[in-house]
Design a protein around this ligand. Structure first.
Ligand code: SF4
Ligand code: SF4
Length: 298
């Protein structure tokens, strides 16, 4: 199973949920930290970097002696990363997605590619968890290619938990795409509800089953719960607003280890998600029978 843990804004407890879920799994699990601008899952795990791989993007470079300024490359590039005004084009590497299209359409073969470093993918081992995290270089804004490099480490037959970046933009979609299930972490506040609505719409666009984790239950109001009920979205876990959890977090400790009484909550969450993911697959092949609450959360 490939599970993405996401939230509409930062600081809701997304990484807390991801690392604690990974820890309570009984088997080997891949934990992919796709929050490549600010990876922090490693802060909660006692592991050392075993491998570091530099990730590059192929960026076009124009040979002035071959270019006749026809502008085909600029007309092709939907990201405006290569622009020609009737002369040798200018390339803006920070906007280039490395798709190679401009090189293909150039009628004079005046474009070749140069590798530009965008970041690294680091691999840690911490007991049952293999943590793979992307780390974008400072000043690089191109997160999706690095996220795809992190996701390329997924292994057939090994469960994976993907800690998504916050928000609903391209990096989040790059993370959630092709996952089996999305857990949306939110808080019971008006801001939490606002961001939850946006992320629910995004996940539904992608057609992935989803469930909600409400963190810091006890603050705010019940509007998140009312919304989930109205939308038929299952609330799969409620984490209380417990000062000891915040203290454990600030020390880089896992909740399930610092406060063992919470372990069962996370174990139950794993069970529920697994059951319903299996159920979802079962439902898909069973003439449309749909008794699965999570399935209805689409
Ligand atoms: S490689 Fe793709 S994104 Fe980059 S400049 Fe060429 S067409 Fe644009
Ligand atoms: S398509 Fe090739 S020849 Fe035409 S402007 Fe671009 S680099 Fe120059």
């Amino acid at each position: 199973m490939i599970l993405a843990v996401a939230s509409g804004k930062g600081g809701t407890g997304k990484t807390t949920v991801s690392v604690n879920l990974a820890r309570v799994l009984n088997s080997k699990v891949l934990l992919l930290d796709c929050d490549v601008e600010e990876p922090n899952a490693h802060l909660f795990l006692n592991g050392v970097v075993q491998r570091e791989e530099v990730i590059t993007l192929p960026i076009p470079e124009v040979d002035e002696s071959l270019c006749d300024g026809c502008g085909e490359c600029g007309r092709f590039c939907q990201y405006h990363a290569i622009v020609s005004f009737g002369a040798t084009p200018l390339v803006f590497p920070e906007m280039c997605h490395g798709c190679g299209g401009c090189m293909k359409v150039c009628p004079r073969q005046a474009i070749h590619e140069m590798d530009k470093r965008i970041g690294v993918v680091e691999t840690f081992q911490a007991e049952n968890i293999i943590l793979i995290q992307g780390r974008l270089d400072v000043g690089v804004a191109m997160a999706p290619p690095l996220i795809r490099a992190v996701k390329a480490k997924l292994q057939n037959g090994t469960h994976a938990i993907l800690d998504a970046p916050p928000g609903t933009s391209c990096p989040v979609i790059a993370t959630m795409r092709d996952t089996d299930f999305v857990l949306l972490v939110t808080e019971p506040t008006p801001f939490g509800l606002h961001d939850l609505r946006l992320t629910v719409e995004t996940v539904r666009e992608l057609g992935i089953p989803l469930g909600v984790v409400v963190n810091r239950v006890g603050i705010g109001d019940d509007r998140v719960h009312v919304y989930c009920r109205e939308q038929n979205i299952p609330v799969l876990l409620e984490i209380p607003d417990d000062r000891r959890i915040a203290e454990a977090y600030s020390r880089g400790h896992l909740i399930v280890e610092a406060l063992p009484e919470y372990r069962e909550l996370f174990e139950r969450l794993v069970t529920v998600v697994f059951e319903h993911t299996t159920c979802d697959l079962h439902v898909a092949g069973s003439q449309g029978t749909n008794a699965c609450a999570l399935h209805n959360g689409r």
